[in-house]
Design a binder for this molecule. Structure first.
Ligand code: 13P
Length: 251
């Protein structure tokens, strides 16, 4: 069975004091790491102080990094710096990075390789625009993004990636894909992995849904066959909401 993975993506929110208060509030109330992987993906400058204070069942992630270890890349974060903080996960290719910072399928693939070279688990984001959903090209778009992101990885690496299906039209809009729509596209992603790496690998890869996940819809989303977790923006900022989300089994 695939272990669920619920990750908060704080995006560009919270100052240090707010982040620390959050961590101290949720540390005791996240489920056992044997049952659920619970992750907070925080802005870079907050990562070190959060890793220091993470409870036994919480892990910290980054929201992006560069694919090179060092060089003339003003303003970028090196994978060496990230892994030195003790961070465990890194989001790669979030749609906001694709949209505002020229992230492409090629840079996503380079970053995924870099993550594995530095013992970081990539949370790879894929997802279609509203026009693509309306043109019925979701399947092709998401399949192509998945294939390009995984290019050149070995089976062991693919078993360990986390893929987040985030339809762009559902991010921060309050519009959630229905659980069946989300499950259908997560199933498409799993079948792409199966075609490329075989059934056994596809059975193990974890696929999250992201896009307006909230306390009142997470349980149904998580009940679906191909949905193994959630990548949560807005609803991960409030500690009480986050505690409920990661304990969705008790809702
Ligand atoms: P919201 O949960 O705020 O829609 O954000 C989703 C997201 O982009 C998570 O990465």
């Amino acid at each position: 069975m695939r272990k669920p993975i619920i990750a908060g993506n704080w995006k560009m929110n919270k100052i240090r004091d707010e982040a620390l208060e959050f961590i101290y509030t949720v540390n005791q109330d996240v489920p056992s790491i044997d049952e659920v992987d619970t992750v907070i993906c925080a802005p870079d400058v907050l990562i070190r102080c959060l890793v220091k204070r993470q409870g036994d069942n919480l892990r910290i992630g980054a929201q992006n990094m560069h694919f090179e270890e060092s060089g003339a890349y003003t303003g970028e974060t090196s994978p060496l710096v990230l892994s030195d903080t003790g961070v465990k996960y890194v989001i790669i290719g979030h749609s906001e990075r694709r949209q505002y910072f020229n992230e492409t399928d090629e840079t996503v693939n380079k970053k995924v390789h870099t993550a594995f070279n530095h013992d970081l688990i990539p949370i790879i984001c894929v997802g279609e625009h509203l026009e693509e959903r309306e043109n019925n090209t979701t399947k092709q778009v998401v399949s192509m993004q998945t294939e390009k992101a995984l290019k050149g990885l070995n089976e062991e690496q693919v078993k360990n990636v986390v893929i987040a299906y985030e339809p762009i039209w559902a991010i921060g809009t309050g519009k959630t894909a229905t659980p069946d729509m989300a499950n259908e596209t997560c199933g498409v992603i799993r079948s792409v992995v199966s075609e490329l790496y075989g059934k056994e690998v596809a059975k193990q890869v974890r696929i999250q849904y992201g896009g307006s996940v909230k306390v009142d819809n997470i349980k149904e989303l998580m009940s679906k066959e191909h949905i193994d977790g959630a990548l949560v923006g807005g609803a991960s900022l409030d500690p009480q909401s986050f505690i409920k989300l990661v304990n969705y089994q008790k809702l």
